[in-house]
Design a protein around this ligand. Structure first.
Ligand SMILES: [Fe+2]
Ligand SMILES: [Fe+2]
Length: 182
């Protein structure tokens, strides 16, 4: 489970690199690839918000439930998930607005995207250096199995299955666009 979380961070970092380069081009007065930007924003609204962070919240809960002292730290990580969720909602709504009404909130959109990139990068680095090692020490195999069971029963719902399908479609669309650009 903890290895899977690390692997998901690797996938997120790869997508962040693409998002960064689109935001960089846009802020340097080059046209971003709107199709790619649109897909990336959908990806970030889907994968971290609906899947990755929800799994981690369950691990945080298991740690807090186990009386781990660093619960203030864990609460902060949890609140960063909410903060990132709000940011993805905000910039996906702004991008929709841009596409529908051609009103360009360009700088606020770029600033939201850059803010999101910074928060997610720091958050993942923090998790890699503190949260995952903490979980590894504090949680027994039985605890992790318990989390795994909750994921299977409460997280892999029909709605979540749809999210997984959407995600794999988004992933292949992103890869296809990136291949075309090369
Ligand atoms: Fe997290
Ligand atoms: Fe994470």
């Amino acid at each position: 489970m903890l290895t899977a979380i690390k692997k998901e961070h690797g996938q997120l970092s790869g997508r962040l690199t693409l998002l960064k380069s689109e935001a960089y081009a846009w802020s340097h007065n080059q046209e971003p690839d709107y199709d790619l930007l649109h897909l990336l924003i959908q990806y970030f609204a889907k994968f971290p918000d609906e899947i990755h962070h929800k799994k981690e919240d369950l691990i945080y809960n298991a740690l807090i439930g186990g009386g781990v002292l660093e619960s203030e730290y864990l609460k902060r990580l949890k609140s960063e998930h909410e903060q990132m969720n709000a940011l993805t909602q905000q910039f996906s709504a702004n991008l929709e607005n841009l596409a529908a009404h051609h009103v360009s909130p360009k700088w606020s959109l770029i600033s939201d995207i850059n803010n999101y990139i910074d928060v997610l990068e720091l958050h993942m680095a923090d998790e890699e250096s503190q949260f995952l090692p903490l979980a590894e020490i504090e949680l027994s195999n039985k605890d992790l199995l318990g989390v795994h069971e909750i994921i299977q029963t409460e997280l892999i719902t029909d709605a979540a299955k749809q999210a997984f399908e959407d995600l794999s479609r988004l992933d292949s669309d992103i890869d296809q666009l990136v291949r075309k650009k090369k």
